[in-house]
Design a protein around this ligand. Structure first.
Ligand code: MEV
Length: 449
């Protein structure tokens, strides 16, 4: 069994790797070599990556691709995507080309406010507290002026600070709820710094005010933190066309396609099992761009799923309508992003992504990412209601299967060619591989490799 380690973070990178190899890989040199083989050849670039987190041993590669031909609000973009799932970039690119011919994606940033809370406990007269918080409202702004000056110069800052009574959920529980505009930065540090100051302002103002009893003065600050739920930071992206333009080379008519597509969306609006998979597909498109642009995909995921549940049951993030012969498909999503600060100026690939997108503002990036999610969902539903998802998915997955089998480039070429006209499945791919290699069965593959 491995030993408990103290002070691991203080060891050098080499020593950490050796310790891991000794404790978990029986000192196998290959494990050490593997980790080192993923180091960047340029030492300063590697050091930069080492310092993003604690205990860095190596780098973890994920493919970085682009989906070209995205026409978004009249701008033609190649969207960067960092993702390991074989079919995602291909699907985004296919949707982008489809909608390029039909006017592209039209977007609207509906709101850009982020929210944070000072969570605290107060035992006492509630109307008095409410009036008091109102009376010291300007003090919250004054006491944070040194932090907010820069943000205000950029057009942002604190938009409101209000008391929220949460005692229906938990006895004595209140919040100071603050709303912020953080412009091109994601704003987490800015918001948290302001909130921590609000808690000090509140505590000190109450404790020096004689209208409060000694018990009332003992407010307990539980925590000060932004909320990753951002229902006031919403973007819409939509595509639309005449139903007659919905031709896609499949057997069904445009009218039938439109109806089947809309029904698939309705099912995801009504049925949480389907909604979860439906939204997962949307997040394929969203996360890949969020990661490639150095944003926090966990925050975006958390916000999207809470938003999807806002009506009391988990629902689709996209919607579809067919009115007067016009097919319309759209997404409304919360999207708290930054295009300055954080990794955006540090990670060389993030800088590249933002350059590729023409250095977008955070609002423009909201539109781009929502469009990527919508495109992904369009591709998935289009396949699901026509050919089925496996055809395209397995075609893209074929190379993974062949790489697992350690097929040579020549073998891959023959097999890929064969599957241009045949349905891909894992077992048929293995069988075809055996045939091309001239072996009888998969057991021989594992013997040979
Ligand atoms: C796979 O990653 C995503 C899909 O399952 C999404 C969907 O079903 O809508 C294809």
């Amino acid at each position: 069994m491995a030993k408990v380690v103290k002070g691991f973070s203080k060891l050098s990178k080499e020593a950490k790797i050796e310790w891991i190899a000794e404790q978990y890989f029986n000192k196998d040199e290959n494990s050490i070599e593997l980790l080192k083989s993923y180091w960047h050849a340029d030492a300063p670039t590697q050091k930069l990556h080492d310092e993003f987190i604690e205990n860095t041993l190596s780098n973890f590669y994920t493919p970085y691709g682009v989906a070209p031909n995205f026409l978004i609000d009249g701008k033609l973009l190649a969207i960067p995507m960092a993702i390991e799932e074989s079919s995602v970039v291909a699907a985004a690119a296919k949707s982008a080309s489809f909608w390029l011919e039909r006017g592209g994606f039209k977007t609207k940033v509906i709101s850009t406010i982020k929210i944070g809370h000072v969570h605290f406990m107060y035992e006492g007269d509630v109307p008095k507290l409410r009036e008091f918080v109102k009376s010291i409202n300007s003090k919250f702004y004054e006491d944070t002026a040194s932090f907010t000056a820069n943000m205000e110069a950029r057009g942002g800052g604190i938009r409101s600070v209000e008391l929220v009574d949460k005692t229906d959920k938990l006895d004595h529980y209140f919040q100071l709820e603050a709303r912020f505009e953080t412009c091109d930065s994601m704003g987490a540090n800015f918001i948290n710094t302001c909130l921590e100051q609000f808690s000090k302002t509140l505590t000190s103002a109450i404790s020096s005010n004689n209208t409060f009893t000694e018990k009332e003065k003992q407010i307990q600050i539980v925590m000060c933190i932004l909320s990753n739920y951002t229902p006031e930071c919403i973007v819409r992206s939509e595509v639309s066309c005449n139903i007659s333009e919905l031709t896609d080379g499949s057997d069904i008519s445009p009218e039938e396609f439109a109806q089947k597509f809309k029904r698939a969306v309705t099912i995801a609006e009504l049925e949480p099992y389907r909604a979860t998979t439906h939204n997962k597909g949307i997040m394929n498109g969203i996360d890949a761009v969020v990661i490639a642009t150095g944003n926090d995909f966990r925050a975006v995921e958390a916000a999207c799923h809470t938003y999807a549940s806002r009506n009391g049951s988990y629902q689709s993030l996209t919607h579809c309508s067919i009115t007067d012969g016009i097919f319309k498909f759209w997404i409304d999503v919360p999207m708290a992003l930054g295009t300055v600060g954080g990794l955006t100026t540090l990670h060389p690939m993030v800088k590249f992504s933002l350059d590729l997108l023409g250095r977008p503002s955070a609002y423009e990036l909201m539109s781009i990412i929502a469009s990527s999610g919508l495109a992904q969902n369009f591709a998935a539903l289009r396949a699901l209601v026509t050919t089925g998802i496996q055809k395209g998915h397995m075609k893209m997955h074929l190379l993974n299967i062949l790489n697992q089998l350690e097929a040579t480039e020549a073998e891959k070429a023959i097999i890929v060619d064969y599957f241009k006209h045949n349905t891909v499945s894992h077992s048929v791919a293995v069988r075809k591989f055996c045939e091309v290699r001239g072996i009888k069965n998969p057991q021989e593959i594992s013997k040979n490799h």
